[in-house]
Design a protein around this ligand. Sequence first.
Ligand code: HEM
Length: 444
Amino acid sequence: MIEADDIQATVLRPRPSPYQGEYLLLRINDAAQGREMIRRIIPHVAPAVEWWSPSLPGWLGIAFTYKGLEALGVPRTSLESFPVEFRQGMAARAEILHDFGANAPTHWEHPFGTADLHVALAIYAQDEENLRLVLERAHQSHRDLPGVSVVYRMRFGELPEGRNPFGFKDGLHNPHLEGSAAQQEQVAASPDHEKPMKAGEVILGYPDVWGEIATAPVPEELRRNGTFLAFRKFHMHVAAFRKYLRKQASSPEEEELLAAKMIGRWRSGAPLVLAPDQDDPQLGADRKGNNSFSYADDMNGLRCPFSAHIRRINPRDALKGDIVQVDLHRFIRRGTNYGVPLPEGVLEDDGAERGGVFLLIGAHVERQFEFVQSQWATDGNFISHGAEQDPIIGNNEGDGIFTIPKHPVRRRLHALPKFVTVRGGEYCFMPGLRALRWLANLDA
Ligand code: HEM
């Protein structure tokens, strides 16, 4: 069994619904004060076992960038034992991630891509009042410490019916981990045929897909029950998405079908593999049913296109027979939405910021998030689609293509614009609770 009392809740538990929250990013200018901040915050960091227990008004998660660990005074031998992608940071990996043009780090919001981002706090609560309470605790941890400063604050919250700004139900699928009793909700929603992930794929200290247990970073106290996350903030161009659909379709029904083809699910969450011709809201609302599908029944892509977002990003059993081992490229995904929805039917951009922040969590960032982003989201080779990218998160610049298999001839959409723009991102290390104490007591 994995030690759910030592692992942060974010890793094993889905966020609450409804949810309100804030991301708070900190810079540490004084190592001793940074460690004091950690000492004060530890009692409020939610372990996975205590998720939504009545003693907690909300949930606080904490993670550190490489620069943050440096600023806390973590010894050099330990710093150097971290994986290279974490040490370099997300901005330095822009080429691998295809973060160019409007997505390039030079356009990111401050402090993303700079040395000013040290600590990320994610604070969630079920309502405003509880959010205020947890936020107050977070602020108390550093209010009187001039050596710790807030460099970024961002509010987020659930949109009506748990939809994202494009109107799709989100947070529907996540793998569950072997040996994790804390993940009952996830297990209940998992399709019967889906293999659980090896715990070491997500949490350091347990056997991974190869049966191996990570030996880095060192020391063991620091890595045990920790993990890494890729933080990605996206602005969603909702008006551009609606306008594009309107232009390509001759009826509202066709617009809905094209939107579903791009994602691989209807807006209700019903997967195209199970509901190929029209939406099935009942299926969309069925937590287990809406995940119980396999691409084995759709190997020609006539239901769900090969290039649809969910099929690219998690091909499930679609690549069977290929040399790719899909198990190596899975991760846990926690998403939150921000901004006010663009009113229904509006096709002109109102200039407001709206979108999502994704935490892509796994023990092996390079072969998980980075591989998926570079090989599956922004390249089409693995599905014999040349340079075609993911229609939603691909870095298209008005030149995108989206292929929809169809009888007797396929349909091909052209001139896809960018539907989402990266506003910032960073790699963080999310330690277990004992490791947090180790960090707080580095000077002891
Ligand atoms: C603004 C950007 C994005 C949008 C609008 C978006 C939208 C969606 C939607 C609507 C779903 C289906 C519902 C669900 O399971 O939650 C989904 C699933 C998924 N997305 Fe995204 N997504 C975005 C970014 C990303 C990124 C950056 C990644 C990782 C690189 C990612 C990975 C996944 C995965 C793994 C699934 C589950 C696939 C499955 O069901 O097998 N998404 N996304």
